[in-house]
Write a new protein. Sequence first.
Length: 339
Amino acid sequence: MAGASARAVDAICSLPHQSPAAPRPKRRAATLPAPSLRLPCKQTTSIGNRRYAGRKYVAEERGAPLSSYIEDYCARVRQGGANAVIAHPVVVDSDGTYVMSYVPFEHVNATARLVLVSTTPGHMHVRLAAELTEALLRAHAPGRIVQLENKRQIELGGPLVRPNLIRMLDHFGIPSLVGAERATVLWEDGFHLLQPLALLPQATMRRGLAFDGTLEALLAIPMLRRAFETQFIERLTRVRDDALYLALGRTAWAGLCHAAQTGVIGPGQLLGMMPVPARAGSMVRYFLGEISAAKLSPRDPVRHRTGWLDAARRELLENVRRHRQAQSGAATGVTTAAA
């Protein structure tokens, strides 16, 4: 958030103002053959007859702007501590079935070279964000820092998510594609290279459980579809044009396929997908080749997922190889075509 919007956030939280950094110009995406997209995108459906106008798509959000939600959020945390918004979250929208609770994850790194896409934050994110926000407000951090640090520390964070995510990123050598030595750097000094995003940016839950359906199911629910269009898609347009995109889970992958098919991002920017790192059990171990299908327990549900996991691994390895080859060719001044 920059300019007037950033000043508004700082004022909303009644904290000291810091001048925003000047926006950096976007770079045109490097020419690279599009990936084969062999991974199934069956969940992808068109949103009516709408076609996005390239990188210029902007949609209006229903109801109050998100700046008003952080105002309420900060006020509640200041008055009652983290427990005030853990017990009674700031509700952004509700349709009688699903409830969207506010989390301060709006920060966008316009210079990000790697975008990690999940489906939605959950109850754990609501709790961790509230606790971090309380600590930041006690330290008199400005409003934009509240948003930035929640983005860095909490989204795709926590002991159930970050360790497996880091393991997978390092295993496939993804950090080196964006100029980072290892994955942990992306959440430290190299955070400007990373942009976590979610198809449903607010914590979207039904009876206390986070939304875990397909993209098709998401688009069939007006409230969820509206959030996908007006928040997720719009935020994609604020990331640099040559960023690489990696999905966490099949629903996130379907969302990225949709964005590529409608021209919001380029097909050549898609790296592929990895399993959701928070999932318990042996899925991440299987994806990393640490356990074979033959050694999985007969009752292990991963036995029924080896097909798409194997396809995702092959696609990711191939796309990482292609991007590394293209970068090597660009560095030496030689044009390299994908095999």
